[in-house]
Design a protein around this ligand. Structure first.
Ligand code: RIB
Ligand code: CA
Length: 313
């Protein structure tokens, strides 16, 4: 089977970095057409910087990086320096990128690419707030039918929220954007905290990254060492959830994951539950299913795949 053409929309973020590296290490599975940065974990200038640092680390300065929206559709930006550090990629010392940022706006790149590629051949992989994706849909509704599928990291149901008691960060930052994406009618695969919290960066797994003996392995180990301190303190867990790489791993081997095709709607009104993904997991409503909501994964299989692919870089 030929590799899936994808666009990664991202707010790096240490876990975003690992997702991008996994994609770049898997050319037989995914062809990364471009990376679109969005404001999220840290402000846009930093997410656009970080995306280029990651491409340079992988020796892939040929991958075009675009800057997108610097704020949610209707709300003030909420960031997550408390998790990812001031730069968004805290942990190891990093040199500033030298590869250029593309002049075109990320939203224009998404629209142009979907119009240029045959319908149903491009998969969108948002792993940050959904502002760029929703803006593209609003600006060019004709692209919606041309999207093969959207595989995104966001939301939570049984695991409840990580930025508020009810909401997961990516959805919470721009709930109006999320509502547009979840209502667009595009086939959706959702990687919520319910599954990513089962993909923990344990010491043995981080040691396996370091044992690769490569710059990429050392960098990923340093990033996950830094990134895990917040979640381990908060949850008392033996590691941090490696959220975003779950999206790319699903494209490579969907059998690692288990979920249900259900209705998922977004809370955009109540301050108390803003950004909640209201997932009808038990089918108690007659709302039409619109998303494959992933609840479980084979964690050892996921880390074996991730580590073996990172060894290629
Ligand atoms: O809630 C986890 C998500 O928020 C991940 O994508 C992480 O990178 C942050 O963007
Ligand atoms: Ca992210």
């Amino acid at each position: 089977m030929s590799p899936k053409k994808i666009i990664i929309d991202t707010d790096p973020g240490q876990d975003d970095a690992v997702a991008i590296l996994l994609a770049l290490a898997s050319p037989e599975d995914v062809e990364l057409l471009g990376i679109t940065a969005v404001a999220g974990n840290v402000p846009l200038p930093l997410t656009a910087r970080n995306a280029r640092i990651i491409c340079e680390l992988a020796g892939r300065t040929d991958v075009p990086v675009f800057a997108g929206c610097d704020a949610p559709l209707k709300r003030k930006l909420v960031t997550a320096e408390h998790v990812h550090g001031k730069t968004g990629l805290d942990g190891p010392q990093l040199a500033e990128p030298t590869m250029p940022l593309q002049d075109r706006h990320a939203v224009d790149f998404i629209i142009d690419t979907l119009r240029a590629e045959p319908p149903g051949t491009v998969t969108l992989c948002p792993i940050g707030p959904l502002t760029n994706i929703a803006t593209a849909m609003l600006r060019a509704p004709d692209i919606i039918a041309r999207i093969e599928r959207i595989v995104l990291m966001g939301g939570a149901y049984f695991e409840v929220g990580n930025i508020t008691p009810a909401a997961e960060f990516n959805i919470y930052v721009d709930p109006e954007a999320a509502e547009i994406v979840f209502k667009a009618g595009v086939p959706l695969v959702v990687m919520p905290l319910d599954v990513t919290h089962k993909a923990l960066t344990t010491k043995a797994r981080i040691d396996a990254f370091r044992a690769l003996g490569t710059k990429v392995g050392d960098m990923v180990a340093a990033w996950t060492d830094f990134f895990e301190r917040f979640d381990m303190e908060k949850y008392g867990s033996e590691g941090a959830p490696l959220h975003d790489p779950c999206v790319i791993a699903w494209l490579i081997d969907p059998h690692l994951f288990k979920g249900r095709h259900i209705n998922v709607e977004i809370e955009t009104v109540s301050d108390l539950t803003l950004g909640m993904t209201v997932a009808d997991w038990w089918g108690v409503t007659d709302r039409a299913p619109n998303a494959t909501f992933i609840g479980d994964l084979h964690a050892d299989g996921f880390y074996a795949l991730l580590t073996s692919r990172l060894a290629r870089l």
